[in-house]
Design a protein around this ligand. Structure first.
Ligand SMILES: [Zn+2]
Ligand SMILES: [Zn+2]
Length: 764
């Protein structure tokens, strides 16, 4: 029997469907497999669940406090099974095999997964040693699978070792430095601070931008606008001076403007925008993020689903040039038969000449649809992602988009104004790649010498220069790629990890103070970990291993030596490093000045305001917000407290709420569901609005439930995580807080009993 091992169950099933008409499904240890027979004999296809083995430290290194980190660095790694059932099933079916085909994904990671599986197979059936073949395919389509199985190849051990080296290095570096930093800052258990070879420099990109934003000093400037009458429609024109840096100059421009204006110059030009190049992983994920607002990690998961279903080609690729073997005409012809894509039908009238990107490689083609599917048949985000890929593919054969922009100048007194319009003359590729189509901005028809009366007075708009904007997730992926940080497969997960560890929040990601401090500490004390250079160097080593120029063991040895040195530096400066990180974590707990203390004139001895901060009650472990002005046994001290949701993460959104101006406002990121904003002031209009909407939803649900009373399966708990948490805050706080906050505000500083304070401390 020929054993075919694939990376996932879906691909085993697809291969069985394609190669063995009427293949039968069975299972072993709950792992499905597929069997069929043909002229060549019996076949069995089984799918893994990704990696079957993971590198790990042997027993004896698990105690963080007792393990010497130099020993940890040199520890001989072992392999641990990731899923025992998959291994049992694989070993069982391997016993009867007479040959093996490794059919895992066609990349470094897939080669390694194949090698892992093979080592297990050979353990139970060593006769197979010389009967191993590799099937390399880029899409789960009939043509591609048949081609791959007709041209079986050999497993590339070097490629697998390169993947293995990366895995080992990531484990050793990550574990050592994560432990070193967590120990230095005394963060144990689930609160540990993670450090990663790729993760830390990526955080650096986000932090550097944030620091630029903070360093930005807004500079005021003024713009001058005027409105002119026109037989078609009055329109607005902008002074030809873009920005007046002095107010009196803007005033002078207004004073010098006299009607009627005379159209002095009209110019128009055509702009050709070239069609986009084929998608590789990075440009795909970036586009999904910017055009569809789907995060890169989510977009990749969806693309993997679409690949597994045979709808698109393998989504992990750097290539941006279609191979000549791609049946482009056939694909275009089948796509344009779907009504959604029929705008591309004219492409078939001529020669199909696709655009080419800068990167060309031979492993996988650029991401493209492999099958024409009616997107309406896919669910929500899968539909949008498939459409994006299909439209992009069609667009790469398209004509340029031609827009005509017109600029007219109008002289009015001593001043000159201009107005600009832009109209799409020929949408070209944008007819199918609709995301790129620019909206028309039309202006009335103007002629040189035409006189136009002013409508009202010209006016001045106050503006100020803006800081550089935050880096969106799509842009971040591109920056990681430019710097060689991570691989096309790991980049989205790395970004997700920064969120999971609380180093960044929001979208686009902003760093928390802890995240900034982590980066700052590394830049100061372990600069090697804060910059992308080291990683880029390692990536080059991986390529050399894959190319057979250097052995995996040599690379690991060099890396370990480097890490010994790095850890030595960390240990040496442990205290300073911890101080920097602690200061950041403290910052994150500080939310903003306490308005009650402010009104009562209470402040720190140095004159700085008493701040509200997140506190964890020592006994119950519950968190709440309290004021730095609180002192035990002082009846005149500030006893303001606010409850917090107990689950999920909270971040400072504003020191003082921009809606009510009373208290800090937080962002709550629940474990499940969407993040939401929490103003500590219960009477804030934003919170009233939230309660009103929730009441409406509850009423609607109650009405629905009443209508479905007889239906025993009616779901009573429809609230998502965010709303459920919001309910919990109010539930905990309403009784004492409305009284407290009302009183706190009116009678700031008045004597309050300690008992209510301790009750709320314990109970919040
Ligand atoms: Zn206070
Ligand atoms: Zn508010």
């Amino acid at each position: 029997m020929r054993l075919i091992v694939t990376e996932k169950n879906n691909s085993a099933r697809r291969i069985a469907e394609i190669l063995g008409a009427g293949a039968k499904e069975a299972s072993s240890y709950k792992v499905p497999y597929y069997t069929w027979s043909d002229a060549e004999g019996d076949h069995l296809a089984i799918g893994l669940k990704g990696h079957v083995l993971n590198p790990s430290f042997p027993d004896g290194y698990s105690n963080w406090q007792k393990t010497d980190l130099h020993e940890l660095i040199d520890a001989k790694l072992i392999k641990e099974p990731t899923d025992k059932n998959v291994l049992r099933a694989l070993r069982k079916v391997a016993k009867d095999a007479t040959s093996v085909v490794i059919g895992t994904d066609f990349d470094r990671e897939g080669e390694l997964i194949g090698l892992e599986a093979l080592s297990e197979v050979l353990e139970v059936n060593s006769d197979l040693k010389d009967k191993v073949k590799r099937a390399r395919y880029s899409a789960l389509t009939k043509d591609e699978i048949e081609r791959a199985f007709a041209n079986l190849d050999d497993l590339s051990y070097d490629l697998a070792y390169a993947g293995e080296a990366r895995q080992d290095i990531d484990l050793i570096w990550g574990a050592t430095l994560t432990r070193a930093v967590s120990l230095a800052t005394r963060r144990f258990g689930s609160n540990f601070l993670s450090v990663g070879r790729v993760q830390s420099p990526t955080l650096g990109l986000i932090v550097e931008r944030e620091l630029e934003r903070r360093a930005h000093k807004p500079e005021p400037y003024w713009e001058v606008l005027a409105r002119f009458q026109h037989p078609e429609e009055a329109f607005e024109a902008h002074h030809t001076v873009d920005r007046f840096w002095k107010r009196d100059e803007a005033d002078a421009a207004v004073a010098g403007t006299k009607g009627p204006g005379v159209v002095s110059e009209i110019g128009s030009r055509k702009v050709n925008r070239r069609p986009p190049v084929p998608f590789n992983t990075t440009s795909f994920a970036a586009e999904a993020s910017s055009r569809l607002s789907i995060t890169p990690s989510r977009a990749m998961r969806i693309a993997e689903d679409l690949y597994m279903d045979g709808f698109i080609s393998y989504p992990r690729t750097d290539n941006t040039v279609y191979p000549s073997s791609l049946p482009t005409r056939e694909l275009v012809a089948s796509l344009v038969r779907i009504p959604e894509f029929d705008a591309a039908a004219p492409l078939l009238d001529g020669e199909l000449k696709p655009t080419r990107g800068k990167k060309e490689s031979t492993d996988h083609p650029p991401i493209h649809p492999t099958q024409a599917v009616n997107p309406g048949g896919l669910d929500g985000q899968h539909q949008r992602v498939y459409e994006l890929i299909a439209r992009r593919f069609l667009a790469t054969f398209g004509k340029p988009m031609i827009t005509e922009s017109t600029r007219a100048e109008i002289e009015a007194g001593s001043e000159t104004y201009f107005v600009r319009g832009s109209v799409v003359v020929d949408p070209g590729y944008a007819a199918i790649y609709t995301y790129a189509r620019s909206a028309d901005e039309e202006i009335p028809k103007l002629e040189e010498g035409q006189e136009l009366e002013l409508e009202g007075e010209p006016w001045i708009v106050d503006k100020e220069t803006q800081p550089p904007s935050r880096i969106g997730q799509g842009k971040l992926l591109e920056m990681m790629e430019e710097r060689g940080l991570g691989t096309k497969a790991t980049r989205p997960d790395i970004i997700q990890k920064l969120y999971d560890r609380g180093y960044v929040f929001g979208n686009p990601p902003s760093p928390t103070e802890t995240g900034i401090a982590m980066y700052d500490a590394f830049k100061r004390y372990v600069p090697r970990m804060a910059t992308p250079e080291m990683t880029a160097e390692l990536e080059r080593d991986m390529d050399e291993i894959a190319g057979g120029e250097i052995s995996k063991d040599e690379v690991l040895e060099i890396s370990r030596q480097m890490l010994h040195g790095t850890y030595e530096e960390v240990a040496h400066k442990e205290e300073d490093l911890a101080k920097v990180i602690w200061a950041g974590m403290d910052e994150d707990r500080i939310l903003g000045p306490c308005i009650v203390c402010e009104r009562a004139g209470r402040r720190h001895e140095d004159g700085s305001p008493n701040m509200l901060r997140v506190i964890r009650a020592r006994k119950s472990g519950k968190r709440f917000v309290g004021c730095q002005g609180w002192e035990p046994d002082n009846p005149d001290a500030c006893d303001v407290t606010f409850p917090l949701p107990q689950r999920g993460d909270v971040f400072k959104l504003e020191e003082r709420c921009s809606v009510c101006g009373e208290t800090p406002r937080l962002k709550v990121v629940p474990l499940r569901g969407r993040p939401w904003n929490l103003c500590l002031n219960e009477e804030c209009p934003s919170m009233e609005e939230m309660r009103r909407r929730r009441a409406e939803r509850e009423a609607a649900r109650a009405a629905k439930e009443a209508g479905e009373k007889d239906d025993a399966t009616a779901d009573g708990g429809g609230a998502d995580g965010a709303e459920a948490d919001a309910a919990r805050v109010d539930g905990a706080g309403t009784k004492t807080r409305s009284k407290r906050s009302a009183r706190g505000r009116r009678k700031a500083g008045s004597t309050r009993s300690r008992s209510s304070r301790s009750r709320s401390r314990a109970g919040s």
